[in-house]
Design a protein around this ligand. Structure first.
Ligand code: CO
Ligand code: CO
Length: 327
């Protein structure tokens, strides 16, 4: 669902306060966090979707990487995962399903978690993903409401998976042009999360379906701060700009932009197509971290040493709270 519809549905739920719930649905964070003891909290998240690539094994890899990411975005470590499979019974090719689950399993194993079970239902359209439980110390949770004045925004993967996937579907590009996005979507955010936790970062999120602007806005709103975003510093996959200019932009991306637009300060010279790119719905995107200035150099070096993208794309400001000023 788009961010607007989701807010409208969730606002109808009358929530009961419970001190065990450290992060719940009210703050639009990446995952829920529940206290177990003074030393242990559980991170819980679920994510599944329709195939984004033709190869079943690769789809499983990407769906699992995407689901695991919300645990990393909270600064935690995956502990256990459950498969979620929706499959058209009549045409179900069991070998295809087996390959999807095998791809997902490979990432669960790589994350250090165990596969503990799953659930399958028949559905018109094939879907796959995971419910993931992670662990974290209750005092070390990385949330979207702790962004502080002068923090620098660091992004760890390029933007444009939605536009590239749409271009591939419309046969505007071939598999070889989609490859950089596939390998990025297939890479766990584990190393980036470890570096984030080591640096003592306390605010962040990952960039997924609501796009960079949508998730940055959630951060700004939850933290009660403003954001200054340098559009030209945002790393893009090759060909994304050109494809967006040709109108290869997914519907979800356009909806993301319309939801974000009232909260943006847009310079007249910034092309509309750049806004679409910044709002592009991402699958298995990178971490967006709020890094205190004194921690920045060390964190960037650590990301670089692991071969990760380490782009500084903006900063936290105290004017225009809950809005993004695009530079
Ligand atoms: Co997330
Ligand atoms: Co999610």
């Amino acid at each position: 669902m788009g961010p607007g519809d989701l807010q409208r549905v969730l606002s109808k739920l009358e929530l009961i306060d419970d001190p065990r719930l450290l992060v719940g649905i009210s703050g639009a964070d990446d995952a829920g966090v529940v206290r177990v003891s003074d030393e242990l909290a559980l991170i819980q998240t679920v994510d599944f979707f329709t195939p984004i690539v033709d190869d079943p094994y690769q789809f499983g890899v990407i769906a699992a990487t995407n689901a695991l990411s919300d645990v990393y975005a909270m600064g935690g470590q995956p502990l256990a995962a459950l498969n979620i499979v929706c499959s058209p019974t009549e045409v179900a090719d069991l070998d295809v399903l087996a390959q999807i689950i095998q791809g997902g399993y490979s990432k669960i194993v790589e994350s250090g978690a165990v596969l503990a079970g799953g659930h399958s239902v028949s559905d018109k359209e094939l879907k796959y993903g995971l419910s993931v439980t992670g662990v974290i110390h209750p005092d070390k949770i990385v949330t979207n409401n702790q962004a502080k004045l002068a923090d620098r925004l660091v992004l760890t993967k390029p933007i444009g998976t939605g536009i590239l996937a749409t271009a591939l579907k419309r046969e505007a590009i071939g598999e070889e042009d989609f490859e950089p996005a596939v390998s990025s979507m297939s890479a766990l955010n584990r190393d980036a999360a470890e570096i984030m936790v080591k640096a003592g970062v306390r605010a962040g999120t990952d960039v997924t379906g609501f796009g960079l602007l949508g998730h940055a806005l959630e951060l700004a709103c939850a933290s009660g701060v403003g954001i200054e975003l340098e559009s030209s510093s945002v790393p893009l996959f090759p060909r994304v700009l050109e494809l967006a200019e040709q109108g290869k932009v997914p519907g979800g991306t356009k909806r993301n932009l319309e939801h974000a637009r009232p909260h943006l300060i847009i310079p007249p010279a910034l092309p509309e197509v750049m806004l679409q790119i910044l709002a592009d719905a991402q699958t298995s995107g990178g971490l967006l971290m709020c890094v205190p200035p004194d921690k920045l150099d060390g964190l960037l070096k650590d990301l670089d040493a692991k071969g990760l993208v380490n782009a500084v794309i903006g900063r936290i400001v105290d004017d225009h709270p809950s809005r993004i000023n695009l530079l």
